[in-house]
Design a protein around this ligand. Structure first.
Ligand code: 3PY
Ligand code: MG
Length: 255
């Protein structure tokens, strides 16, 4: 149950796949690659309430932690993802302390929050002997990760990190740049935001909370790691497929 927490112990690093494609064979194949974890992406990906039910179970078979990113302010889906066996949930656009409190409330059981009882699939997927065993450590083992990706969120980041039940932050570098540049064209890790990104990692670490970030490329994962981030989600399905296909084709000598 605490697979993700264990990987992060002692300054450990987690590199997660980022999967919007719902196909079960595809997800098992990605989980079989050397990623440390797999994130199922509902906000902009094709994942749905029903696909995460099978997706969480399929990825869990690999022994790797499963993370779910829910759509903006769909905190009821955060509880649902946990009920299905997710190890962590990422909530986008957490801009205020109130957003963070609502998210945390859906992620933690009373007295820590307001999560409703009914961890159905989780008990089986996570190999618990009973629901009581699941309940004993669910709040401590699973992680509520708040996305910081606007100017407003950066201004409130310290207070968001201080909310009980928020276990870490994940930076969305594209939306962050859009917000800072006031333009729809993203410049992730660009000049306007790179200093802020580094400061957010330092702030989260100083508070003993997870510093996480989304990266499109392996080079950005290295950069983020040097800045102090310890969970990096990398790429997306189309990039995995394109890079795999193009690498194979480029090895052919006659073309
Ligand atoms: C962002 O960069 O804004 C993200 O949300 C990553 O998917
Ligand atoms: Mg975003």
């Amino acid at each position: 149950m605490n697979r993700l927490r264990r990987l992060l112990e002692n300054d450990g690093t987690v590199v997660s796949a980022w999967c919007g494609i719902t196909d079960r064979y595809y997800l098992e194949a990605v989980a079989g690659c050397s990623f440390d974890a797999v994130t199922l992406e509902m906000q902009h990906g094709l994942q749905t309430e029903s696909s995460i039910i099978s997706g969480i179970a399929d990825v869990a078979k690999s022994g790797k932690p499963v993370i779910v990113r829910v759509p903006v302010r769909r905190f009821e889906l955060a509880s649902k993802a946990l009920d299905m066996g997710a190890h962590a949930v990422i909530a986008p656009m957490i801009n205020t302390v109130e957003d963070a409190r609502s998210f945390a409330a859906y992620m933690k059981y009373p007295p820590n929050g307001e999560r409703s009882h009914g961890a159905t699939q989780a008990v089986h997927v996570l190999g618990c002997k009973s629901v009581v065993e699941y309940l004993a450590s669910a709040d401590a083992d699973t992680m509520a990760i708040a996305m910081i990706e606007t100017v407003e969120a950066v201004n409130n980041a310290e207070a968001i990190l201080d909310v009980d039940g928020i276990d870490g932050i994940l930076i969305g570098p594209s939306d962050l740049s859009i917000s800072y540049l006031n333009s729809p064209v993203p410049d992730p890790f660009g000049e306007a935001t790179i200093g802020i990104i580094g400061d957010l990692a330092t702030m989260a670490r100083a508070k003993n909370k997870l510093a996480a970030i989304f990266c499109l490329t392996a080079e950005k994962v290295d950069l983020a790691h040097n800045l102090g981030f310890r969970l990096m989600a990398v790429g997306m399905d189309t990039l995995y497929i394109r890079d795999g296909c193009e690498t194979m084709l480029s090895r052919m000598t006659f073309r």
